[in-house]
Design a protein around this ligand. Structure first.
Ligand code: ADP
Ligand code: MG
Ligand code: MG
Length: 917
């Protein structure tokens, strides 16, 4: 038989901190504190298993529960020296919810349970405090009628008609009548009257009397907490946080202690260190003569815990340190002990009853990225945690926060967004809005900070996107052009902000009926997708020497290499600064977009609309120097680190100009008429270009395209070596589905290699020849492909596209609904689908390495910088991941964390996986 009830108090407990699944976070930590000898009011925890049982059995408890609760109440009574429901020395309890992972404010708690007409008298005698007793009673009626009698039974009152609000009205009315300003002004006599009014109201509104039986109150409270697990708020919170519905909540029943018994009583909440900055100072708030919920509810302004952490708002108020020095010292000692024990920053709740300190809760505290970093580094120095622990203390998302300027959080809380979109590029940005890429470039040149607002962006906007501080689009998803480009640059970007009504011609956008014109200021929070009117202050958290040291720890514990996707020497340099160990994807076609692309693009276009091999070769010859220049410069920057250069991939039709003048110019250069050009362009049209004439298929049909690129790569390499530089090129063939395609191209590569060797008078030029695995068939036939390919690079964008049969550019219409309906857990283009696409990856690696044990394997899709996907890549034994420069530190952290987890939980590690150099 399972144990359903766990007691704690009096210096010991049945449970402990590790039992969160069973006891919930609150119950497990209450037990832990009791075991540590920290003063905790006695009580017991009803396990989460009871909750699951309750929902499985038409809301019935296990048969033995009643008896177990009775026994636990007896134990609690003995420790506390008072009796629940007793007329002379009554014990009151709180009934508190507590799930495995904290769901702040989502579930219910009822205080002062056990006050009845019989026990009231006893409590008055015992405390000699009538006012306090009636105050506790009115609180009980308010909480209980709201939580147990209304919410738990599913009564859904109209807005503002809930029982709690109505009782608050009564209380306010009484205060008004008497001319009081504070709740504390109410006298015992007032409160005595008020509770009678409350009882009548409860009967009137809810049609039931307020229960006058302590046992009934107790079970009402227990049931209400279980019910609150399936309350609306709790359900939607779980959805957002990804907490499973079947975890259930525990219920904690705990002897009440009172912070509202006069001026030697108080209550407060605190963090063992500052959760915003990480500063090693005890930080918190307290209220004299108050009950716990008052601090959070903001009824009174709380005072600072100590002198060292006073701020502008509370500097005139007495700190606990000054007001109750002895109790403060005791609390400070508990703080130290708890930190030593938990080896982390904690968030604690305490209450002081007539000078005596009681701890009511502790848990690992939430913190900002900056605080997480500072605390982790401090704690290593304090020898509280190891380097490995430190690496685990910063989540990859928090790292993201550290790498970008962000909106000053204190400015952001004071305002609210005018619109919300998808958080496509991290950090914050503010500036004047412009509606075209050209304007963005022009305004930026004049030294203005601009935000580029577009319906959606296309490759022709890149210059403007580059020049802007941030990008905001009305359409598009997380993998739209704007999103991809912005993330690549680490630029703040919000896409798919459908509330924007953009009029490009008038240079106006409307949001909610309000107009914003060119030059108006907006501020974007790209991490959340929030758009604000006006200019909010920014802060930058970079250049922190601690960050540098932290990254040293990270690199020490990681085995997976991290490369970058970079197409220009500039990006390559930036990525090196971020710690990239090579380039996993260099796209030659990049030179055809953006700055200085005019000339090479023209050559490319000529090549595309060429009709004969001869025409094509002429155009390719013109194009060659541009391609070579780019490749050479990038290889040089990378200084001997591996650089994977992908051969031309996109469908050529994409590059055919649409504008009339451009077309005329092109026709003239080829000596053909406009009709002929039109004909040739039309012949390139494809119904399904992403599955059409692209990738290796171009190389098979037009070998001269491959030849030109390979020549550029090998000549660059030869020249750099002769200049005394180090180079490590890898030639990568895209969109391969069959090994013979690779064999076909290999012959070309070898022939060009021979020619280049002759030209430069060398015996051989070192390079690797490999392929992208981005078509399911390639993954399945990886054993054969590895006979020719020396390396694999998983192109998970296409592999996801072709594996799911989801067109990447068209997912906006259905994937959000899939995620909403939980048909898919996430957008598979953002978070690798480990189950299906991951299986293809694993099969490919296994079969590939069977043929070629030293096969080098990496990933170059968007997923290469997504933390959970990076963890997957580590586990399946890849050699490296590759991602955009700004994501390199995040991938480094994710890789280190995966390696540390691997060591810890050897159980789920793939032992048969070998990682090859
Ligand atoms: P939450 O999970 O929403 O924080 P809690 O169960 O912690 O809810 O209860 C809210 C507040 O009620 C606590 O912060 C504490 O101040 C007060 N409280 C709960 N139980 C007791 C108790 N046994 N004695 C005194 N105060 C209590
Ligand atoms: Mg709490
Ligand atoms: Mg691809």
């Amino acid at each position: 038989m399972s144990k359903f009830v766990y007691s704690f108090g009096g210096g010991k407990a049945d449970g402990k901190a590790q039992m969160k699944e069973l006891l919930g976070g609150k119950g497990a930590n209450l037990a832990e504190m009791a075991n540590l000898g920290i003063p905790v009011p006695a009580g017991f925890t009803i396990t989460t298993e009871v909750c699951t049982h309750y929902y499985k059995h038409q809301k019935k408890y296990p048969a033995e529960l009643e008896k177990l609760v009775k026994q636990a109440v007896l134990k609690m009574e003995r420790i506390m020296g008072a009796k629940f429901g007793d007329a002379s020395s009554p014990l009151l309890v709180s009934v508190r919810s507590g799930a495995r992972s904290s769901m702040p404010g989502m579930m219910e708690t009822v205080l002062n349970v056990g006050l009845t007409s019989k026990t009231i008298k006893g409590l008055i005698q015992k405390t000699k405090n009538e006012r306090f007793t009636y105050d506790a009673y009115r609180r009980l009626i308010m909480m209980y009628s709201d939580v147990v009698m209304e919410k738990a039974v599913g009564v859904e009152p109209k807005e503002g008609k809930g029982i709690r609000v109505q009782l608050e009205h009564e209380m306010a009315a009484m205060k008004r009548e008497k001319g009081y300003s504070q709740d504390t002004d109410l006298t015992a006599e007032d409160l005595k009257k008020l509770v009678e009014i409350f009882k009548v109201k409860v009967q009137d509104i809810l049609g039931k009397p307020f229960p006058d039986d302590p046992i009934k109150q107790l079970w009402g409270g227990i049931g209400a907490v279980f019910q609150s697990w399936n309350g609306k708020r709790a359900i939607s919170y779980r959805r957002i946080e990804g907490i499973p519905d079947d975890w259930g909540t525990a219920v904690n029943v705990q002897a009440m202690v009172f912070g509202n018994m006069g001026d030697t009583s108080a209550t407060g909440v605190a963090f063992t260190r500052n959760p915003a900055t990480g500063e090693n100072k005890f930080y918190g708030e307290w209220l004299v003569n108050a009950q716990g919920e008052d601090v959070v509810a903001g009824i009174r302004t709380p005072a600072p815990l100590n002198e060292a952490t006073k701020n502008e708002q509370n500097k005139h108020m007495a700190s606990l340190e000054k007001a109750m020095p002895k109790t403060y010292r005791e609390l400070d000692k508990i703080r130290t002990n708890l930190e030593k024990h938990y080896r982390d920053m904690l968030d604690i709740e305490f209450t002081i009853q007539e000078g005596r300190l009681w701890m009511l809760q502790c848990r690992v505290g939430k913190r900002t990225g900056t605080a997480a970093l500072n605390m982790a580094m401090d704690m290593v120095k304090e020898k509280l945690i190891t380097e490995k622990d430190a690496v685990m203390r910063l989540s990859p998302n928090q790292m993201d926060e550290l790498l970008h300027p962000i909106i000053d959080p204190s400015a952001e809380v004071k305002t609210s967004p005018i619109a919300k979109g998808l958080p496509a590029g991290p950090g914050g940005a503010s500036g004047q809005i412009v509606f075209s890429a050209n304007d963005a470039v022009e305004w930026a040149r004049q030294g203005k900070r601009v935000l580029l607002v577009r319906e959606e962006t296309n490759p022709e906007d890149v210059e403007g996107m580059r020049a802007a501080q941030g990008i905001l689009t009305g359409r598009g998803g997380m993998t739209s052009h704007a999103a991809l480009v912005a993330r690549g640059w680490g630029k703040c970007c919000i896409v798919g902000c459908s509330a924007l009504d953009i009029n490009v011609r008038e240079k106006i956008m409307k949001v909610d009926g309000k107009e914003y014109r060119e030059g108006d200021h907006l501020t974007l929070n790209g991490s959340k997708g929030y758009v604000y009117a006006g200019e909010l202050a920014m802060i930058s958290a970079s250049e922190n020497p601690r960050f540098v040291q932290f990254m040293k720890y990270v690199d020490k514990h990681r085995t997976l290499k991290v490369r970058t996707n970079a197409d220009t020497p500039d990006d390559a340099k930036k990525a090196l600064d971020f710690g990239a160990q090579g380039i996993g994807l260099f796209r030659t076609e990049h030179m055809f977009y953006g700055k200085n692309s005019e000339a090479p693009l023209f050559c490319l276009r000529k090549m595309i609309v060429s009709n004969t091999e001869e025409e094509r070769r002429r155009a390719l010859e013109e194009l060659f120097p541009y391609v070579k220049r780019d490749i050479k410069a990038t290889l040089e920057v990378m200084n001997g680190l591996p650089v994977t250069i992908r051969l031309l991939d996109p469908p050529l039709h994409e590059f055919v100009p649409q504008e009339k003048e451009k077309r005329a110019e092109l026709a003239a250069s080829l000596g053909i008429g406009p009709e002929e050009l039109q004909k040739r362009a039309d012949s390139l049209h494809e119904t399904n270009p992403m599955m059409g004439h692209r990738g290796v298929r171009l190389g098979v049909t037009y070998p001269e395209i491959t030849e030109m690129q390979v020549r550029a790569i090998l000549e660059s390499t030869a020249e750099l070596i002769q200049e005394g530089k180090r180079v490590d090129p890898e030639i990568m063939v895209p969109v391969v589905s069959e090994v013979k395609e690779l064999d076909d191209q290999r012959l070309l590569v070898e022939r060009v290699h021979k020619e280049v060797c002759e030209k430069y008078g060398v015996k051989a030029i070192k390079y690797m020849y490999g392929t992208m695995i981005e078509i399911p068939r390639a993954a399945l036939t990886a054993g054969k492909i590895a006979e020719t390919a020396e390396f694999f690079s998983y192109g998970t964008n296409d592999l996801t596209q072709m594996g799911f049969g989801f067109s990447r550019d068209d997912i906006g219409g259905f994937v959000p609904a899939y995620v909403e309906k939980k048909i898919l857990p996430d957008d598979p283009f953002q978070i690798l689908d480990q189950e299906g696409i991951g299986e293809l990856i694993q099969i490919g690696i296994e079969r590939g390495r069977k043929t070629r044990p030293d096969l080098k394997v990496g990933i170059c899709g968007e997923h290469g910088g997504e933390p959970s996907s990076v963890g997957f890549c580590h586990r399946v034994g890849m050699n490296y991941v590759s991602c955009s420069p700004y994501r390199v530190p995040i991938a480094r952290l994710a890789a280190a964390q995966a390696a540390i987890r691997d060591l810890k939980g050897k159980g789920n590690a793939k032992k048969n996986v070998k990682r090859k150099k």
